[in-house]
Design a protein around this ligand. Structure first.
Ligand SMILES: [Zn+2]
Ligand SMILES: [Zn+2]
Length: 736
């Protein structure tokens, strides 16, 4: 018996090995092994089982790393597809299916002492003991109430006694202490069982559709529900349904939304089966990740919740795959393999015959398009639960608004007045700062004019050094204007509004207010997020200032005002999805207001108040936004009507990167059929990142697969300088 393996680092080479007799019963496709390659021992994945071997001398597999194959045939298949479609080496795709903490086998299960009662104890006996040895009685009482063996440390903590008390009880034969493999539970809180909520008529109908999809998978469901319409309740019930059928369920949420609040909601609903839930996300320690993964692999966990990479969680017998906020950009991985977990979920569902449920208040154009062509089934939730009204959205025109005080800077008078009013009433405010925005577009602060490419309809990027404005999709470039082409005001030269200073400015304007900031910089610890949100929930904070981090899924009944400080920063990035993102963001952020009994109000500050994304978001008009955005996408053959591949080259020597990009563009043009458009090699909007100069070449055409193959074939025959690195992004989401 022989195996064909793919070493983790061996540049895509498949190698054959003989399987020694004792391993034969356990080795299978997807098994992880160690094999000798030249003088080294390398970890590898079994790709195929062979009965014969064509080579005369073949070496032996040295170690079999796990009794049960780590990668199921279905997941291996998914990796193969990913390598082909996303244009990356197979070993990179295979490795991404296994978390590092599991792959290298260095982290092992943790053994600890657990304690349980040796025999049931009568309440009377306990009372007698309680008079004589109250601490022992308390220790026993804790165990009586525990459904499972408890960690000695935890039990001692809970009983308020020392661990020695349990040793004493062990000597008396009342309890048993044994070494046990204990999962490092990242959320060790105890959860109160959450009851099912009553469904309204729309939710009832949605559940009918979900059940139908589970009975007869094939067509994914797009659950389009406005913010506050109760999508999570549908997810929870769908999961319960799958579990009741003896199947498993996988839920993907954006990393940023995987808050303790979210996890708590799932864990409390399934409080009756705590151990059956595994949570996977990037804040876990290696040990925790290892344990959670193995809990799934062994079949103990039947519900997986996690961010992007959990799409590869080794759940078997999948009943349903749920992708919450399916439009979210964070589902796209920004390093190889550059997959989109939402799309992988649809594919995995099809391959494993599971229902797929994609949910969003602002579906992506791709998914919406699929729901219109019938590829997906559209299910709508148009009502907020309890018929709460949507918040009132007010647009503040920054071209006209009197900007408050010098300290206030970007805070307009109407917004400040509103904040003051809310504070006086003891209500809370969320201020949203769009820091992911890009300030190299030319936008006139006097009239709101934005410099755009007439062929591609994306904002042009202002490259200061060369004094030029460039379209990085088609490559067109021209001299940067000295003043606004529309109103001649020189203010087109100023950009960036000093948003970092908002927190300090606020402190000066409202010296008595309790203000907190929440962004990636201030939230570095796992618990800081939870602590700040906890304080906010308890009303200990009046104003919460934050970035994208606070836009998602938070639910605070006392928040009645949301201010969006700089709606423009995201709107005019040089990306054809800028309008879609802005609409989504405004809708999400606005959805944070008025979740309780009181009506919510939203202020959007902008220099371009009439841009469609802002106007449609203001009126909560998704349909209207979709119609006009689809028209624009179709006109310029952008996704979902056409496909795109973006190749980014980077290196420390600018000339070499530029030359390589130009050469690549020329070669692609020579090889491309008529229906594929190739852009020039031009500087990326983010021209320099860290020490690297960046250039891009775009490919556009009707099929991603064809674009990816053209890119791959051309790159294979082209010799790049050693210090120029190439990244191929198929279906790119971020064009920077
Ligand atoms: Zn102007
Ligand atoms: Zn262009």
């Amino acid at each position: 018996m022989y195996v064909r393996v793919l070493p983790d680092q061996a540049s895509g080479k498949l190698l054959d090995y003989r399987v020694p007799e004792p391993m034969r019963a356990h080795i299978d496709v997807g098994s992880r092994v160690q094999v000798p390659v030249r003088t080294r021992l390398l970890p590898a994945t079994v790709i195929d089982i062979l009965q014969e071997c064509e080579f005369r001398s073949v070496r032996d597999v040295v170690t079999l790393l796990d009794e049960k194959p780590m990668i199921s045939p279905a997941l291996l298949d998914l990796a193969r597809w990913m390598s082909d479609y996303y244009c990356c080496p197979l070993e990179t795709a295979v490795c991404s299916v296994l978390p590092v903490a599991v792959r290298d086998g260095k982290v092992s299960a943790k053994k600890q002492n657990a304690v349980r009662l040796a025999k049931p104890i009568e309440e009377d006996a306990l009372r007698v003991l309680s008079a004589r040895a109250p601490r022992q009685a308390e220790a026993l009482r804790v165990l009586m109430n525990a459904p499972h063996p408890m960690l000695v440390t935890l039990a001692a903590n809970e009983a308020g006694v020392s661990e020695a008390v349990f040793r004493t009880l062990e000597k008396q034969g009342l309890v048993i202490i044994e070494s046990a493999t204990i999962s490092r539970n990242p959320y060790s809180d105890r959860f109160v069982a959450g009851a099912e909520l009553t469904l309204n008529a729309e939710q009832d109908a949605a559940m009918v559709a979900v059940r139908e999809a589970m009975d007869k998978p094939g067509r994914p469901i797009l659950l389009f529900g406005v913010t506050g319409s109760g999508k999570t309740e549908i997810y929870l019930r769908a999961i319960r349904e799958a579990v009741n059928q003896g199947k498993t369920a996988l839920v993907l949420v954006p990393e940023i939304a995987l808050t303790p609040q979210t996890v708590e909601r799932f864990k409390s609903r399934f409080a009756d089966m705590q151990d059956a839930i595994a949570v996977l996300h990037s804040h876990l320690s290696d040990g925790e990740r290892h344990d959670e993964w193995h809990k799934i692999h062994k079949g103990i966990a039947r519900i997986g919740i996690g961010a992007r990479s959990s799409i590869f969680a080794p759940l078997e017998n999948l009943g349903i795959l749920i992708v919450d906020e399916e439009h979210e950009g964070s589902y796209k991985q920004d390093e190889a393999p550059r997959y989109n977990a939402r799309d992988m979920a649809v594919l995995r569902g099809a391959k494993e015959n599971a229902a797929v449920l994609l949910g969003s208040a602002t579906p992506s154009l791709e998914s919406w398009h699929n729901s219109q062509t019938g590829k997906y089934r559209l299910v709508r939730l148009d009502q907020r639960v309890d018929d709460k009204s949507m918040p009132v959205v007010r647009v503040v025109d920054l071209r006209r608004a009197t900007r408050s005080t010098p300290e206030g800077g970007v805070l307009s008078r109407p917004l400040l007045d509103a904040m003051e009013g809310r504070m006086a009433k003891g209500e809370q405010t969320i201020l949203f700062l769009n820091r992911r925005g890009f300030s190299s577009s030319m936008i006139c602060e006097a009239c709101g004019h934005v410099c755009q490419c007439s062929d591609c309809s994306v904002s042009l990027t202002y490259h200061r050094a060369a004094e030029r404005i460039v379209c990085h999709i088609c490559g067109h470039s021209s001299r940067a204007p000295k003043s606004c082409p529309k109103c001649s005001d020189p203010k087109i030269r100023f950009s960036g509004m000093g948003t970092q200073k908002v927190e300090e400015a606020l402190k000066k304007i409202f010296p008595k207010a309790r203000i907190s900031r929440m962004d990636a910089d201030s939230m570095t610890r796992k618990d800081s997020y939870r602590e700040t949100l906890g304080a906010f929930k308890e009303g200990k904070i009046d104003i919460l200032v934050g970035t994208q981090m606070i836009a998602k899924g938070l639910h605070f009944p006392n928040v009645t005002l949301v201010g969006i400080i700089n709606a423009d920063l995201g709107l005019h990035i040089p990306d054809f999805r800028a309008g879609e993102r802005t609409f989504q963001l405004l809708t999400q952020v606005a959805g944070r207001a008025g979740r309780g009994e009181m009506e919510g109000e939203v202020f959007v500050q902008t220099f371009t108040p009439f841009s469609p994304s802002i106007q449609f978001a203001r009126h909560h008009d998704f349909q209207g936004f979709m119609e006009q955005e689809m028209e624009f996408r179709e006109k310029f053959a952008y996704p979902p009507f056409g496909r795109m591949v973006m190749i980014t080259l980077r290196g420390t020597v600018r000339e070499r990167v530029e030359f390589s990009a130009r050469t690549l563009s020329r070669k692609l043009k020579a090889a491309a059929p008529a229906d594929i458009l190739i852009g020039e090699g031009v500087p990326a909007p983010l021209e320099k990142a860290k020490t690297f100069h960046r250039f891009q070449v775009s490919l556009r055409g009707p099929s991603s697969l064809k674009l990816a193959r053209l890119a791959k074939d051309t790159l294979t025959i082209l010799t790049m300088p050693e210090d120029v690195f190439v990244a191929v992004d198929v279906d790119p989401l971020h064009l920077m």
